[in-house]
Design a protein around this ligand. Structure first.
Ligand SMILES: NC(=O)c1ccc[n+]([C@@H]2O[C@H](COP(=O)([O-])OP(=O)(O)OC[C@H]3O[C@@H](n4cnc5c(N)ncnc54)[C@H](OP(=O)(O)O)[C@@H]3O)[C@@H](O)[C@H]2O)c1
Length: 298
């Protein structure tokens, strides 16, 4: 099969399209013929060697949508030919991928939209689970217009929360469309948020990892209600960090599918690339200002 992989750490140019052996699913897993693969910031971190991979060469990508074509032992509830979206530990930038977590793709979602959902939604759901606040409260999402942030805003809104979304001014109209109250980053963040929501903030999700944990803690008044998915110095501030080692929240996938079906979850895809242009997609992704997601079409 054709796949994009790298056999040394480096810039986007180390990504090359190659013919590689097809993967097959072990027990509890399924294989899909991939229709689209989501691009995540972590994909570039692995490629650059900021995070190390188990072995080289390595096929990047955790998120795919596709058609089930092989089913591992012990898997129930899915049939060859089903349309699904989910997560692969073995590389999504490829014609075939083995999934360890998946949900039925709703007819309302395109292949490209479905591939944009898994890791972003899982991370957002996990961050909410870590701070463990009830429905209906006010939360701040720092880095609200990217992949994880857009999911966090909408999962919060779906739970009746007032969501203050921190992003650059070019994304404020977009954040309003998602149901957030937008606010800009930079000096004076605490004052701007307090002016917007004078009754206070119950929790804060730091998605951008932009060095504002003290400000977020000042807003909630309690470090235990602040979590970062990108700044692992959070415990030094008394706040929480999550990288997923404590358990994944793939149970959010059918929740997002249902919200999307009912018109209550929008998937924003800034740009779609052919598989062979994965390097161009990662180069844009790592600049850190994508609105929603970037997706590769297979
Ligand atoms: N721990 C985990 O399990 C996990 C899982 C997934 C992702 N992550 C990490 O989470 C981070 C975000 O991922 P993503 O895919 O959502 O990234 P992304 O799509 O690139 O989004 C970045 C967001 O940050 C905003 N931003 C940029 N500079 C900012 C600043 N100084 N202050 C506040 N917001 C700022 C951007 O808004 P503007 O464009 O308006 O500037 C945008 O909303 C990455 O570091 C990624 O590696 C962690």
């Amino acid at each position: 099969m054709r796949a994009v992989r790298f056999d040394e750490y480096g810039g986007p140019e180390v990504l090359v399209v190659e013919d590689v052996p097809e993967p097959h699913p072990g027990p509890g897993r399924i294989r899909v013929a991939v229709r689209a693969a989501g691009v995540n910031r972590v994909d570039s971190k692995y490629r650059a060697g900021i995070m190390t991979v188990k072995s080289l060469p390595y096929i990047p990508g955790t998120d795919v949508s596709g058609v089930v074509d092989e089913i591992g032992d012990g898997v129930t509830g899915v049939t060859v030919g089903d349309e699904v979206f989910g997560a692969t530990p073995k590389g999504g930038y490829a014609e075939f991928a083995v999934l360890t977590a998946w949900a039925a793709k709703p007819a309302s979602m395109s292949w490209v939209e479905a591939a944009a959902v898994p890791l972003a939604a899982e991370t957002a759901a996990r961050a909410f689970a870590v701070v463990d606040v009830p429905d209906g409260v006010t939360v701040v999402v720092n880095g609200a217009s990217g992949g994880v942030g857009s999911a966090a805003v909408q999962l919060g809104v779906a739970r009746g929360m007032t969501v203050v979304g921190v992003a650059g001014p070019a994304n404020h109209a977009y954040l309003r469309e998602l149901g957030a109250l937008p606010v800009g980053y930079g000096d004076g963040l605490v004052g701007r948020v307090r002016e917007l929501v004078p009754a206070g903030v119950a929790a804060a999700l730091d998605i951008a990892g932009s060095g504002v944990l003290p400000e977020l803690i000042a807003l909630t008044g309690d470090p235990a209600t602040v979590v970062s998915v990108a700044d692992f110095s959070a415990p030094e501030h008394g706040a929480k960090a999550t990288g997923g080692a404590e358990g994944r929240r793939w149970d959010v996938l059918p929740v997002v599918a249902d919200l999307h079906r009912r018109g209550r979850f929008r998937v924003s895809v800034q740009q779609v690339f052919p598989l062979a242009e994965a390097a161009a997609a990662q180069a844009i992704s790592e600049l850190g200002h994508v609105r929603g997601k970037l997706v590769l079409e297979i």
